[in-house]
Ligand binder design. Structure first.
Ligand code: ATP
Length: 309
């Protein structure tokens, strides 16, 4: 069999329908109960043999994406190559549609996609377990980008259990001008907590647990029930660092969204709606409100990273 000339993988963004953040661990991470839902906004990553590891990016936010070895797609190629005793001589091209530094795991998505693409290009034949292992080494959100659908992430988010979902949930995403750094948002979360009676360390806070009502709502495809239990412990910190998000969240709620929340570490805001028609109305109102840079309408769950060609 001849090796393919190039491989393209499509990979989805995510929203956290529950992000329960436990106390600060001695290793600097937080224990999480992280309910991931993959949404239908995608990056496409194409890998082609080359004489050196090279990254190019296209799309409206391309200028914000690093082109050096800190790019998670480059790191994924290097990790897979090192494990299989080969060189990472590949050109990685990313067509970037997922907002950058937006709390939607765009970098993680590209890491998972590049890993899958290089595995197919090089004929490495890595087992799923090995790919997941490399994903966890790349970052807490990367394993979920590979599997997609819906899953509970424990530990720092990388220990995944699939979650059953029925039907389709309709979402609108309000993309902000400029990103937020995930570590900065966690630091702000700890800072706000040290000022509250609950404190910020493991000893102060109970272990984070997934909400049974939320898991039920996903299992039954019940958007109205899901709307009442969406939660994100990072939201106060994201809003503290970017107070203008309050106006965005209010604009979507007033336009008829069932619920509004900050997506992960933000600053993208997510709005759950009853159906596709309501999503179009909320999107229109958000554009008119002038409280965000752009608006995206999509549905969930989406499948994980997948070879397109
Ligand atoms: P998360 O939701 O996982 O916390 P995020 O969606 O907020 O992440 P990313 O889009 O992953 O944020 O970008 C965070 C930072 O990661 C960027 O500012 C950039 O410096 C770096 N980065 C590394 N690789 C990539 C990539 N392939 N695409 C985008 N950013 C990347």
């Amino acid at each position: 069999m001849t090796a393919p000339a190039s491989v393209t993988v499509r990979v989805p963004a995510k929203v956290n329908v529950q992000l329960a953040v436990g106390g600060l661990r001695p290793d600097g991470f937080h224990d999480l109960a992280n309910v991931f839902l993959a949404v239908g906004l995608y990056d496409e990553v194409t890998v082609t043999p080359s004489d050196a590891l090279r990254i190019t990016v296209s799309g409206p936010d391309a200028h914000q994406v690093p082109l050096d070895r800190t790019n998670l797609a480059a790191r994924a190629a290097e990790l897979l190559a090192a494990r299989h005793g080969r060189e990472s001589l590949v050109h990685i091209h990313i067509v970037k549609d997922i907002p950058v530094a937006g709390g939607m795991a765009g970098g993680s998505a590209d890491g998972a996609a590049a890993l899958l693409a290089c595995d197919a290009l090089w004929g490495t034949g890595a087992a799923r377990a090995e790919l997941l292992d490399i994903c966890a080494e790349l970052g807490s959100d990367v394993p979920f980008s590979l599997v997609g659908g819906a899953a509970l992430g424990r530990g720092r988010g990388e220990l995944l259990t699939p979650i059953e979902v029925t039907g389709t949930f309709h979402w609108v995403f309000a993309v902000a001008d400029g990103g937020l750094s995930t570590p900065a948002v966690y630091r702000e979360c700890d800072r706000l907590r040290t000022q509250s009676p609950a404190g910020a360390t493991l000893a102060d806070l109970p272990a984070p647990e997934p909400s049974p009502a939320l898991l039920d709502a996903l299992r039954h495809g019940d958007a109205t029930a899901l709307a009442t239990v969406l939660s994100n412990d990072l939201q106060p910190a994201a809003v503290s660092l970017r107070p203008s998000l309050t106006a965005t969240l209010t604009a979507g709620t007033e336009a008829g969204a069932l619920a509004a929340l900050v997506s992960g570490s933000g600053p993208t805001c997510a709005f759950l709606t009853k159906d596709a028609e309501a999503a179009a109305d909320v999107a229109e109102a958000l554009i008119v409100s002038g409280t965000c840079r752009s608006v995206r309408v999509t549905a969930a769950p989406a499948e994980g990273a997948r070879v397109l060609r």
